[in-house]
Design a protein around this ligand. Structure first.
Ligand code: GLN
Length: 522
C-alpha cells in the first residue's frame, strides 16, 4: 500500500530518486520485532525514513544528483543510517537534492526539480538543497527524512513545505558517510512531520563516532550537558510554561525584503511566547550583513577542494576519449577535463571556479582570509548575545585551550580544562538571551520557472543565481557559527497560500532547548 502511494506521489512531485524494495528495507532494519523505545518520551520504532542522496546507504545508489556519480552505489552505510536501522527503523529510499548540496531550490539536479506539494501548481519550488527530503515528509511518504544543512538546506525547504527542519550543533551528529560539500559547515539534520519525531531521531543519531574526527567526543558532551542542566536548574524552575526563558529578536533580520505575511507571523509568534511566560527582548547581531558573502566565499573554497576527487578515475561513468593523443599527461588531463565537463553541473562548476579564485595566492588575503575573519565576528555576535557560554569559544578556554576555528578545541591538558571549567566557570552570564526567534526566509516558495538555471544561463553569471543566493541570507549565519536551529511551520501566507517558517536558534550545544521550545509552539 505504502509503495503504491509512494509511486503515485513520486510521479507528481519527484522527491524520491531511488526507492528500495520491500525485502531489502525489512532485512536491513535490525531488531524490528523486538525493539521498543526505552525512553517513553520518544516515538516507538519503526519510524519510516527517507535519506538524502548525499548520505551513504549500503548497496543503494549514491549520486548526489550528479552525473559525476551516476551509477555509483555505496558499499557501506553512513553511521547515522547504521544507528537508525539498528534501532529498528526503516529506510525506504534516497531523496532528490541540488547537486552535491549546492542550491536552494532543488532545481540543480540530474533528476529534474522537486515540486512543492502545498498547492496544485506544478511550478512551486520545494526549496533545497534537501527538497526531496522535505517533500517526501510533507507529502506523507515517510515520517522523517535525513538531510544535510551547510547553509540552510534543511531549514529552507522545511519552511517552504510547511514542516519541521532541525539543524543540530556542528559536530554532534557523525558525518561519516555524508558526501562533503563544505566541511566546516556541513551538518546532517532532520526533516520531520512533528517535533517529537525529530527529537526521537536526534536522540538516536547524536552520538560520538570514532570514524568522524570532527564528531564531538563524549567528555565534551558531558561538559555541555552539565552546563545546560545548571542553567536549566537556575532559570527554568517551572516546566509547565516558558517562565524564566528570554527570547531575543535580532533587529538585523528585519530587512526591507521581508514579506508582510512573514513579518506578521514573526510578531504573532513573539506574542505567543510572551503569553506562554517567556520574556522577549530586542537584540543586535551587527555582523549579520556580511554573512552571505563570507558564506559563499568559504563554502566555494572548501567545495573546490572537495570536488577535485571527481576525476573520472575513482567514481562515475566513463567518458569517450580521443584516440589520437600521444603523450600520457595529455591523455590524463584530457580525461579529467572531459569527465569534469560532462560530470559536473553548471552551479557546481561555478563554485569550483569561484573557490579556486578566492584561494589563489594573489587574492586570498582579500577574500578567503577576510571571510574567515568575518566568520569569527559572526560567532562572537552570537556568543555575546546568548546567556549560556559557548564551550568551544569562551574566554576561559583560551588560556588553557586553543580552538581550531569552528571545530573541536585542541586541549593540551584536558583534565585540568574539564575540572577548571566545571568548578570555576559560571555557565552563563547574568544578562543575555536563551534563544533567538527569526524568520527562516524573507519570502515564501518561488516559482520553479523563475529560479531554475537553464544550461544557457549557466555559462555566464545569470541574474537568477544572485537572486537564489539571497534566499539563504537568514540561514547561513547559523552555519558559520555552528549553532543549532529549527525551522518551525507557523502559518500560511494570505496572498499565495504558501507556508511560512520561523527559526528558533540556540547557543552551541543547546539543541534540546531549541527542540523543547519548538515543541511548546507546536
Ligand atoms: N543554498 C546554500 C548553498 O547553495 C546552502 C546549501 C546547503 O545547505 N547544502 O550553498
Amino acid at each position: 500500500q505504502l509503495y503504491i502511494f509512494i509511486s503515485s506521489q513520486n510521479k507528481k512531485l519527484n522527491p524520491i530518486v531511488h526507492l528500495r524494495n520491500k525485502d531489502s528495507v525489512l532485512s536491513s532494519a535490525k531488531n524490528l520485532s523486538t525493539s521498543s523505545s526505552s525512553n517513553t518520551a520518544n516515538l516507538t520504532p519503526p519510524i519510516v525514513l527517507s535519506i538524502k542522496d548525499n548520505i551513504a546507504v549500503k548497496d543503494v545508489p549514491l549520486t548526489c544528483a550528479s552525473q559525476a556519480l551516476n551509477g555509483y552505489s555505496s558499499p557501506y552505510n553512513a553511521t547515522v543510517v547504521d544507528l537508525l536501522e539498528s534501532s529498528g527503523n526503516l529506510v525506504i529510499g534516497k531523496t532528490n537534492m541540488d547537486e552535491f548540496g549546492m542550491g536552494s531550490t532543488n532545481t540543480n539536479t540530474i533528476f529534474g526539480p522537486v515540486i512543492n506539494p502545498y498547492t496544485d501548481s506544478q511550478d512551486i519550488s520545494s526549496g533545497g538543497s534537501s527538497g526531496g527530503s522535505a517533500v517526501s515528509v510533507a507529502s506523507r511518504m515517510c515520517n522523517v527524512s535525513l538531510g544535510s544543512d551547510t547553509g540552510g538546506s534543511i531549514r529552507l525547504p522545511a519552511s517552504w513545505c510547511g514542516i519541521y527542519g532541525f539543524k543540530p550543533s556542528f559536530g554532534t551528529v557523525s558525518r561519516h558517510g555524508l558526501v562533503a560539500y563544505a566541511n566546516s559547515s556541513d551538518t546532517i539534520g532532520i526533516v520531520s512531520e512533528s517535533v517529537l519525531s525529530a527529537k526521537t531521531v536526534y536522540d538516536i543519531i547524536s552520538k560520538h563516532d570514532p570514524s568522524d574526527m570532527t564528531c564531538l567526543p563524549d567528555h565534551f558532551r558531558s561538559i555541555i550537558n552539565n552546563s545546560v542542566s545548571k542553567r536549566n536548574a537556575l532559570l527554568f524552575k517551572q516546566n509547565l510554561n516558558l517562565k524564566g526563558l528570554t527570547v531575543g529578536i535580532p533587529k538585523e533580520y528585519y530587512i526591507s525584503e521581508l514579506s508582510g505575511s512573514i513579518l506578521s507571523a514573526w510578531k504573532s509568534v513573539s506574542e505567543l511566547l510572551l503569553e506562554l511566560g517567556a520574556e522577549i527582548k530586542p537584540v543586535s547581531l551587527p555582523n549579520t550583513k556580511y554573512a552571505l558573502s563570507a558564506y559563499y566565499t568559504i563554502t566555494a573554497a572548501e567545495a573546490s577542494s572537495n570536488m577535485a576527487r571527481y576525476d573520472g578515475i575513482r567514481y562515475g561513468p566513463s567518458v569517450p576519449q580521443s584516440s589520437d593523443l600521444d603523450h600520457i599527461s595529455t591523455i590524463a588531463s584530457d580525461k579529467y577535463s572531459k569527465y569534469r565537463n560532462f560530470g559536473l553541473g553548471p552551479e557546481v562548476k561555478k563554485r569550483v571556479i569561484t573557490g579556486n579564485y578566492v584561494l589563489s595566492s594573489s587574492v586570498q588575503k582579500n577574500y578567503y582570509i577576510k571571510a574567515q575573519q568575518i566568520r569569527r565576528l559572526i560567532q562572537r555576535d552570537f556568543d555575546s548575545t546568548f546567556r549560556l557560554n559557548n564551550i568551544l569559544t569562551s574566554h576561559h578556554l583560551s588560556n588553557k585551550t586553543q580552538t581550531n576555528g569552528i571545530g573541536s578545541p585542541i586541549s593540551n591538558n584536558q583534565n585540568k580544562f574539564e575540572s577548571g571549567f566545571l568548578e570555576n566557570t559560571p555557565v552563563h552570564k547574568e544578562i543575555g538571551v536563551d534563544l533567538l526567534l527569526m524568520p527562516t526566509t524573507a519570502n515564501t516558495a518561488p516559482f520553479i520557472s523563475e529560479v531554475s538555471s537553464t544550461s544557457k544561463s549557466a555559462n555566464k553569471a545569470s541574474p537568477n543565481s544572485v537572486k537564489v543566493y539571497v534566499n539563504d541570507v537568514m540561514t547561513v549565519p547559523i552555519n558559520l557559527a555552528g549553532i543549532p536551529a529549527a525551522s518551525i511551520p507557523v502559518g500560511i501566507c494570505s496572498n499565495n497560500h504558501l507556508p511560512i517558517g520561523l527559526q528558533i536558534v540556540g547557543q552551541y550545544g543547546d539543541d534540546q532547548l531549541v527542540l523543547s521550545v519548538s515543541q511548546a509552539l507546536e
